[in-house]
Design a protein around this ligand. Structure first.
Ligand code: ADP
Ligand code: TRP
Length: 321
């Protein structure tokens, strides 16, 4: 089974990203034919600082490799290193009714927020359709906000196939309902846009400072405490083995410790959890050429898949004359 996913290079990864998407990616590469790429063309729709985009692309590559994306298991590349996608994007544009894009939630939401509409923002779903359809995946795992984009890819593929025959495979999306929404330090969904994140690769001191900001109930030190709705507990739960979780519950219910103690414990748990990833990251940071080499190899693998498909499409559409 082929699993396909794109990641926008958008800065520091947080533990919401880790439990909400990266872990699933790591699982997929063990069990499926996994394709994962860094969507740097898509990132241009919200970023026009060239130096920054280049940095963010390398940061995303470094972060994902450090967290365990294995280039020998998954095909891992940067979108712009497989330019066939741009050709398909144009070809698909002729099979994309304006109304389909006008109904896209993400475009409507962004323009409603006052973000100036430009063509790339409007045609974002067409490029995403090209990403997907070029590689014929069985399934595209997505967050809820991206479902409509996969549906648009399907609609475009149907229109194309109606004209040229059964060339494009219709993608299906998968939303993993078992994945919990990770709470931020304030208890809302953890998100960069809410400023409530705990980053994966922060400095230890800064990390602790963030964790100390976690909002908790005021209960006297000696009193028993509820763990069910406690933000510290809900975060710890994501990391702990059942026996360690039971031990933490006991510390809550027996009293004698404050939330400050639990915060220190959580900080240690998180720090230890990412120890290997940190070590790998400091290696890759010093060896960025190795990261580039891995991306280059990944792009070659991706292009080996993309080329026969684009050839078929060129031939069917008459671009190959
Ligand atoms: P942010 O909200 O911080 O900008 P993104 O939208 O870039 O995060 O999210 C990238 C991926 O991480 C998506 O697949 C999304 O579903 C997942 N993700 C982000 N925040 C959370 C969260 N709090 N809980 C679960 N998954 C999350
Ligand atoms: N739009 C996706 C996001 O913001 C990223 C993306 C681009 C993508 N192309 C894709 C995801 C193709 C899945 C398949 O998260």
């Amino acid at each position: 089974m082929r699993v396909f996913t794109g990641i926008q290079p958008s800065g520091d990864l947080h533990i919401g990203n880790y439990f909400g998407s990266i872990k699933q990616m790591l699982h997929a590469q063990e069990t499926s034919d996994t394709f994962a790429f860094i969507a740097n063309y898509h990132a241009m729709t919200s970023l026009s600082d060239g130096k920054r985009l280049a940095e963010l692309t390398m940061q995303a590559a470094t972060d994902f490799l450090s967290l365990g994306i294995d280039p020998n298991k998954a095909t891992f590349w940067v979108q712009s290193d497989c330019k066939e996608v741009l050709e398909l994007y144009w070809i698909l544009s002729s099979f994309t009714p304006m109304g389909l894009l006008e109904r896209a939630h993400s475009y409507k939401d962004k323009t409603a927020k006052g973000i100036a509409a430009n063509h790339s923002l409007f045609s974002y779903p067409v490029l995403m359709a090209a990403d997907i359809l070029l590689f014929s995946p069985d399934v595209v795992p997505v967050g809820k906000d991206q479902i409509q984009h996969v549906e648009i890819a399907r609609d475009i593929a149907i229109k194309f196939n109606n004209q040229y025959g059964d060339i494009l495979k219709l993608p299906t999306f998968r939303v993993d309902d078992t994945v919990a929404t990770v709470p931020g330090t304030d208890g809302q969904k953890m998100s960069k846009s809410y400023g409530n994140t705990i980053n994966i690769f922060g400095e230890e001191k800064a990390q602790l400072k963030t964790i100390k900001k976690i909002v908790t109930e005021a209960v006297p030190l000696e009193d028993p405490k509820e763990f069910e709705n406690c933000n510290i507990y809900n975060l710890a739960k994501l990391f702990l083995e059942p026996s360690d979780l039971r031990a933490l519950e006991k510390r809550y219910t027996q009293g004698g410790e404050g939330h400050g103690h639990f915060k220190l414990y959580l900080a240690d748990v998180i720090w230890d959890h990412f120890a290997d990833a940190r070590a790998k990251r400091s290696y890759y940071e010093k060896n960025q050429n190795e990261v580039r080499e891995i991306l280059h190899m990944g792009a070659q693998k991706a292009r080996e898949e993309a080329l026969p498909m684009i050839e078929k499409i060129r031939s069917a559409t008459g671009i190959l004359y």
